[in-house]
Design a protein around this ligand. Structure first.
Ligand code: NAP
Length: 246
């Protein structure tokens, strides 16, 4: 297969990012993958036939070094991020909020700022941000992560306004519950607490979200999919899920 389009996926070493790499590659993109865990990243890239370079979106120098490996680009998937803890505002720590801000918000801005000129130059560019229903609805203990994903929504919408008249589409994918390493990271490696998040229901898979990314990315160049909200059938809202007894 000849690859005519180049996609960059951040946070590609696991979960939704890794699934996007394989789905975009299957859809004909040449994918450039970035994340901090290089061994896992290399494995993902090898399987999909893409390239992998170390990337910490929280570090401006790392973002610049990564982007030097990307001369041409059509699609940027800003996926790197996640939540830390489930603390109420009364118990929140500066460190957790700073770390969430660095990856979910500042990292997204840095990657977009660095690659926007090349996306525009492609004549058919696209930025897809991975938001969350936590950027639409709040919950107790969610304030930090809520703030980040409300932020992603605001940036996505402002960017679309700023790019009006330019050949760059802007999309937000807004998932509900997806079973990945997300909850394990949030609960700092506590696997049993993480498993409880998905107990008694069928969550989305990372592949379900990647399907949305690929669908938005493969519409004709004049079609801007503004946002896709996708949740498991068993989830009605951030706080309301139907679980099998036991
Ligand atoms: P995941 O399996 O924990 O994946 C998170 C990815 O982000 C990893 O590849 C991680 O790679 C990368 N990452 C984190 N900080 C980074 C940094 N500073 N620089 C570069 N990469 C970084 O969780 P996931 O569910 O796939 O999460 C992907 C995105 O989906 C996140 O933005 C998350 O907020 C969002 N989301 C998740 C859910 C859900 O229920 N799972 C729902 C809605 C939205 P390294 O650690 O190797 O760097």
């Amino acid at each position: 297969m000849t690859h005519s389009k180049v996609a960059v996926v951040t946070g590609a070493s696991s979960g939704i990012g890794a699934a996007c790499v394989s789905a975009l590659s299957a859809a004909g993109f040449h994918v450039v993958c970035g994340a901090r865990r290089v061994e896992r990243l290399n494995q993902v890239a090898r399987t999909a036939g893409g390239d992998a370079w170390p990337l910490d979106v929280a570090d401006a120098a790392s973002v610049r070094a990564f982007c030097e490996h990307v001369p041409n680009i059509n699609l940027l998937v800003n996926n790197a991020g996640g939540a830390l803890g489930l603390d109420r505002v009364s118990d929140a720590t500066d460190e957790d909020w700073q770390q969430m801000f660095d990856s979910n918000v500042l990292g997204l801005m840095r990657m977009t700022r660095e690659l926007l000129p090349r996306l525009e130059q492609s004549g058919d560019g696209h930025v897809i941000n991975i938001g969350s229903i936590a950027g639409r609805e709040v919950y107790a203990g969610g304030s930090g992560y809520n703030a980040m994903k409300f932020g992603v929504r605001a940036i996505t919408r402002a960017l679309r306004v700023e790019l009006l008249g330019k050949p760059v589409r802007v999309t937000e994918i807004v998932p509900g519950m997806v079973e990945t390493e997300f909850s394990e990271v949030r609960f700092r490696g506590d696997k049993s607490r993480a498993a409880q998040v998905y107990a008694g229901l069928t969550p989305l898979t990372a592949g379900d979200v990647a399907d949305c990314v690929v669908w938005a990315a493969t519409r004709p160049a004049h079609v801007n999919v503004d946002e896709i909200v996708v949740k498991p059938l068993a989830q009605a809202s951030v706080t309301l899920a139907h679980r099998a007894p036991g």
